[in-house]
Design a binder for this molecule. Structure first.
Ligand code: GGG
Length: 341
């Protein structure tokens, strides 16, 4: 099969880590009966300066008309670009796995997935200031809560059948009260173990005993914060990949920002981007029932795991390789993996 992929390289380290991931994708095309027609689109700070928009209409149309899309990190324009595209295309499920790998120093053993509602909450962006008083409106709807709880259940059923619902319903009694009620209602009938945690207690429990968590279901803002914490426990944001999934489109991206302080130095960690690519291929495989896409995703995951263990790492993770060298090694590893079965 041939798939159309929209690729936004983004800002800062985005182009470097994108190029490393494209090298891996090329090795997939050379070794499996699957191919990709990649089209590049603008998104983020540079796009805003050069084109007057952090999210040009052409990019939105490009994502809509592709089979899958993937982006590098963006800088200060996150609200106008990534948050906006999630809302525009109703990419309501943000899937952020946090897993500690052998070979990377990690603060605790973790293998969890944060399932974050991706379209509402304070990130809806309804804010205004009147006479020195700034107000942000927090939107939590029954419809959005129910559908994200369903996604959490789908993941939990395939894993350890355990969901932790995160909220602060003792204080935010109406908004988090609704999230808690609807999520527990939706998760209550599927044979899952469901528990709940206040977000403050959750941030402590994640550090104290990260191993206990499987699927972590959260409203938008808590999910953004907790996923940085979880990825730090796992070994750092350089290994944190994610998916934004809707009913009609999907967009894959590293969890981290654009790291302008190290941009252009050749030391950025490309694993987050390569793992996002693996998530994209897995999504194509599932949504199109394509075994070759599934095989490609599994090959990348295996090679990533082996390479991390084998010390193929950039300096942030204790290695000595450049971004390009890690990309090249992963591409070579994927080709060998596929050829040797
Ligand atoms: N702390 C990681 C980071 O900077 N992520 C980019 C970002 O702010 N994304 C917004 C979002 O995921 O909602």
């Amino acid at each position: 099969m041939r798939y159309r992929v929209a690729w936004m390289k983004g800002d800062g380290i985005g182009p470097e880590i994108s190029d490393a991931a494209i090298e891996v994708l090329n090795s997939i095309q050379e070794s499996l009966p699957i191919s990709f027609d990649i089209k590049f689109y603008d998104l983020g700070d540079r796009s805003k300066i050069e084109r007057g928009s952090a999210l040009p209409e052409e990019t939105v149309e490009g994502i809509k008309s592709s089979d899958a899309s993937i982006k590098g990190p963006v800088g200060e324009s996150a609200f106008e670009s990534i948050v906006a595209i999630r809302q525009k295309l109703d990419l309501y499920a943000n899937i952020r796995p946090a897993r500690s790998y052998e070979g990377v120093p990690h603060a605790g053993k973790i293998d969890a997935i944060i399932v974050r509602e991706n379209t509402e909450d304070l990130y809806k962006g309804i804010e205004f200031e009147v006479q020195g008083v700034a107000t942000s409106l927090r939107i939590i709807s029954e419809k959005a809560t129910r559908r994200i709880a369903k996604v959490a259940a789908t993941y939990a059923i395939k894993r350890r059948k355990h969901v932790t619902v995160v909220h602060k319903a003792n204080v935010l009694r109406v908004s988090d009260g609704l999230f808690r009620r609807v999520a527990l209602e939706e998760l209550g009938s599927g044979g899952l173990t469901v528990d709940e945690k206040y977000v403050d207690a959750m941030s402590m429990a994640l550090i104290r005993n990260p191993e206990q968590f499987d699927i972590i279901l959260t409203p938008n803002v808590y999910g953004d914060i907790l996923s940085d914490e979880a990825s730090q426990i796992a070994g750092g944001l350089g290994f944190a990949a994610s998916a934004n999934i809707g009913d009609l489109s999907s967009l894959f991206e590293p969890v981290h920002g654009s790291a302008p302080d190290i941009a252009g130095k050749g030391v950025a960690n490309p694993y987050s981007m390569v793992m996002s690519l693996s998530m994209m291929l897995n999504h194509i495989g599932i949504s199109r029932s394509d075994n070759e896409a599934m095989r490609a995703s599994a090959a990348i995951s295996s090679v990533v795991e082996k390479s991390i263990k084998g010390g193929i790492l950039t300096p942030d993770a204790g290695g000595r390789l450049t971004t390009k060298e890690v990309g090249r090694e992963l591409a070579k590893g994927v080709k060998e993996f596929v050829q040797t079965g």
